[in-house]
Design a protein around this ligand. Structure first.
Ligand code: ATP
Length: 246
C-alpha cells in the first residue's frame, strides 16, 4: 500500500525535493542567500557546515516550517513554494528535528501509537518500527526518556517512518552520540534510502556522514560554498569551517 505512488518514482527520474535559489530570513536578517539543494529517490545528501551557517533553517524551509523569502521548493516535480507544513507533510516530507523527536515520559509503544494519525494501524506502525529497530521491540513499555541516546534517535526515526516519507530531513542525528552508535544509525539511514526515500541529512561536525552520503554540500554563512561527491569535499572541510569562524 502506498498513498503517494507519484512520489516514489524509480531512481533517476528527477529529484523528490529541490530547493532552488532559496533565500530565507529571520525578521530583517537574511540567513540563506540563494541555496540550491536537491535529493533524488534513494539518494543521501549530506549538508555540512559550521555553527549558524543556516543548515537547520534550510531543513525548516524544506519542511515548510520556515517561510521562503524567494526561490522555489519543488516536491516530486510540483512547485510547493510557500505551502504549509502540513501540506508538505502530506506530500511526503518528514522532518526529524535536532534533539530527538520523542516524548520522554511516554513509553516506546505510546510514542509510536501517536503516529496512527497518519492513517496506519498500530500493528503496522509497530511492525515497521520493530522490524527496522529490534531493540525497540524488546522494550515497548519503557519510557522513551530512559532509552539511550541512540535508541531515542531510532525511535524518532521509527516515528518518522510511520508517515511513509518520500523525503526524510534529518537534523544532527549524531548529536551527543558515540561514534559506534552513530555508525549504526547511519547504517539504518542507508537502508531507509535503499527503499527509495530521499534523505537530506544535516551534520555540523560528523564528517562520518560522508561515508554514507551520495552527494555532499557545505553551507557557510547561508551560501553553498562547495558541493560534489563526498570524497572531493573531505579535504576542504576544515579550511571551510576555519575560514568561517571570523
Ligand atoms: P547550528 O548548527 O548552530 O544549529 P545551523 O547551521 O543549523 O547552526 P541555523 O540554526 O539555521 O544554523 O541558523 C542560521 C542563522 O539564523 C544563525 O545566525 C542563527 O543565529 C539565526 N537564527 C536561527 N534561528 C533564529 C531565530 N529563531 N531567530 C533569529 N535568528 C535565528
Amino acid at each position: 500500500m502506498n498513498a503517494r505512488p507519484d512520489l516514489h518514482p524509480p531512481a533517476g527520474t528527477g529529484p523528490l525535493i529541490a530547493l532552488s535559489d532559496v533565500r530565507a530570513a529571520y525578521g530583517r536578517i537574511t540567513v540563506l542567500h540563494g541555496v540550491d539543494l536537491s535529493a533524488q529517490p534513494g539518494q543521501i545528501v549530506a549538508l555540512l557546515g559550521p555553527n549558524g551557517a543556516g543548515k537547520t533553517t534550510t531543513l525548516r524551509v524544506a519542511a515548510g516550517v520556515h517561510p521562503v523569502a524567494s526561490g522555489t521548493v519543488m516536491v516530486g516535480g510540483r512547485d510547493m513554494t510557500g505551502a504549509r507544513a502540513r501540506d508538505l507533510a502530506r506530500a511526503g516530507i518528514c522532518l526529524i528535528p535536532e534533539g530527538r523527536g520523542v516524548f520522554p515520559n511516554l513509553s516506546v509503544r505510546d510514542n509510536l501509537l501517536m503516529m496512527t494519525f497518519t492513517g496506519r494501524s498500530r500493528e503496522e506502525i509497530e511492525e515497521i518500527a520493530y522490524s527496522r529497530f529490534p531493540v525497540l521491540g524488546q522494550r515497548p513499555g519503557q519510557p522513551a526518556g530512559t532509552l539511550s541516546g541512540g535508541e531515542q534517535q531510532m525511535l524518532a526515526l521509527a516515528r518518522g517512518l510511520a508517515t511513509d516519507p518520500a523525503v526524510l530531513l534529518l537534523d544532527e542525528l549524531s548529536m551527543g552520540l558515540a561514534p559506534l552508535v552513530v555508525g549504526r544509525l547511519y547504517d539504518q539511514v542507508a537502508e531507509i534510502a535503499r527503499d527509495g526515500v530521499a534523505v537530506l541529512i544535516v551534520e555540523q561536525f560528523a564528517a562520518a556522514v560522508l561515508g554514507i552520503a551520495d552527494h555532499a554540500a557545505v553551507l557557510v554563512r547561508g551560501r553553498i560554498e562547495r558541493a560534489g561527491p563526498p570524497d572531493s569535499l573531505r579535504t576542504d572541510l576544515s579550511a571551510l569551517y576555519l575560514g568561517s569562524s571570523v
